[in-house]
Design a protein around this ligand. Structure first.
Ligand code: ZN
Length: 278
């Protein structure tokens, strides 16, 4: 069942859980994620990231119709989301293709320009009823060595202003997680998260979900995170499932990778939804 980002985050808010948001740059990951969500009867967000297009994995025009059809046929609520759209034209194309959620990411810009572009993205999304996630502060990447740089964390007062001025539906916050593999164990700024939540009253989004401990997932959910972006470890699980094996048929590689990713996604959704307690 295809739903908007706003609708799926409302379900998360009612249940006080976080919805897992996973990238689907190929059919194996799409099947793994939807299979995991259906087996656990949990809502899920599937995402196409602009950066995956730049890496040559697949184009939005190729994958969007496949994602949308799979979401419509799924037995659980599914949001089809554009992840880290950094170009307004690209975001507009995603909305035209039928994405029910988009992230406009202007976090690398100065706050005034980020605000201006986010307002434009919201205006565009309202034409189809798509919901908008945006980011203020910057998550950065784990390999750039900025993991502990608090100067790029989301400033609560700036977040409050940004949300008021833009009318977005969900806010991505930087409070100690970064993208990719962690160079060292992440230390999350929970107080900052709670402060932001008290000022913006919107569902919060945590990016860089791979490699965060189960206890930390539960703590951020308790403090208002309703969407957790998770990809790196799912992708790693797919690679681990096929490494060291000899194959004669490529479909068997895909099949094993899908099973590996599905098991990893089931654990992630299990923790995010409170089904898995350890
Ligand atoms: Zn992200």
């Amino acid at each position: 069942m295809l739903v908007t980002l706003k609708e799926i985050l409302k379900i998360a808010e009612e249940k006080k859980i976080a919805v897992g948001a996973f990238n689907t740059p190929n059919l194996a990951s799409l099947h793994a994620i939807l299979g995991a969500a259906e087996e656990l009867s949990q809502p899920v967000i599937i995402m196409h990231a602009q950066v995956h297009e730049e890496l040559g994995l697949c184009t939005m025009d190729e994958i969007a119709p496949i994602m949308l059809r799979a979401a419509e046929k799924a037995k659980v609520p599914v949001c089809v989301h554009l992840d880290h759209g950094t170009d307004l034209d690209y975001v507009k194309r995603g909305i035209e293709l039928g994405f029910t959620g988009i992230m406009y990411d202007g976090s690398a810009l100065d706050p005034a320009e980020n605000t201006k572009n986010t307002i434009a993205a919201v205006e565009e999304a309202r034409k189809t009823g798509a919901s908008v996630e945006a980011e203020i502060g910057s998550m950065g990447s784990r390999t750039s060595g900025v993991q502990d740089d608090e100067s790029i964390y989301t400033d609560p007062a700036m977040a409050e202003k940004f949300v008021k001025e833009t009318g977005i539906d969900a806010l991505a916050c930087a409070f100690g997680t970064v993208h990719g593999f962690y160079l060292k164990e992440p230390k999350l700024d929970f107080e900052r998260l709670s402060k932001i939540k008290s000022l913006v009253d919107l569902p919060l989004v945590m990016h860089g979900g791979s490699g965060v401990s189960h206890a930390d997932y539960r703590e951020v959910i308790r403090r208002g995170v309703r969407k957790i972006n998770y990809y790196t470890y799912m992708s790693r699980a797919g690679a681990a499932a096929v490494s060291g094996k000899e194959y004669k048929q490529f479909q068997d590689v895909m099949w094993d990778a899908e099973k590996g990713m599905k098991a990893d996604v089931k654990t992630a959704i299990g923790v995010f939804s409170g089904l898995l307690c350890d």
